[in-house]
Design a protein. Structure first.
Length: 160
């Protein structure tokens, strides 16, 4: 049986180069994860799920500690009210638990939006679908794998 994380299997099926990184111990912060992976926090990509309307979600990929600007996201999805998905919704929609979410190997089709901060770094890491395990890959390969994703500036304090 293949013990590769679901995101790794999805990337393999797309022929996208990446490597799997396992943390020896549990990490509890972005900084800890980055340090363990010999990366800077800006290289760690968070996959954040938002509910746009009942039954409709969007995933935002954001680099490092940057926060999503809610107004920019509302403008993008043309909705006055959006919210972060609950832990149960994250599991149901992505197939992954909070803290392991990846844009690859999702349980259902999702619109993915990539903040340009993600593509600034040559090498990035992101969730694999398995706790304490990450996918490390080139941002150019992420862009290739997510060719349908929109690249939109959604970080707080950046020009739209």
């Amino acid at each position: 049986m293949d013990s590769s994380p679901p995101a790794s299997l999805a990337l393999d099926s797309l022929g996208i180069e990446h490597r799997v990184f396992s943390h020896g111990t549990a990490v509890s912060s972005l900084e800890e994860a980055a340090s363990a992976r010999s990366q800077r926090p800006e290289q760690v990509v968070r996959s954040i799920l938002f509910q746009v309307r009942k039954g409709e979600y969007v995933m935002v990929l954001m680099a490092g500690p940057a926060q999503v600007d809610w107004k920019k996201l509302r403008d993008l999805v043309k909705r006055s009210r959006i919210r972060m998905a609950t832990e149960d919704e994250v599991l149901e929609v992505t197939g992954y638990r909070v803290g392991t979410v990846s844009p690859f190997g999702l349980a259902s089709r999702l619109n993915v939006v990539i903040d340009p901060s993600v593509l600034k770094e040559e090498e990035i890491s992101l969730g694999s679908g398995v706790r304490n395990t990450a996918i490390i890959m080139k941002s150019a390969d992420l862009r290739r794998a997510l060719k349908d994703a929109e690249v939109v500036s959604l970080a707080e304090g950046t020009p739209s």
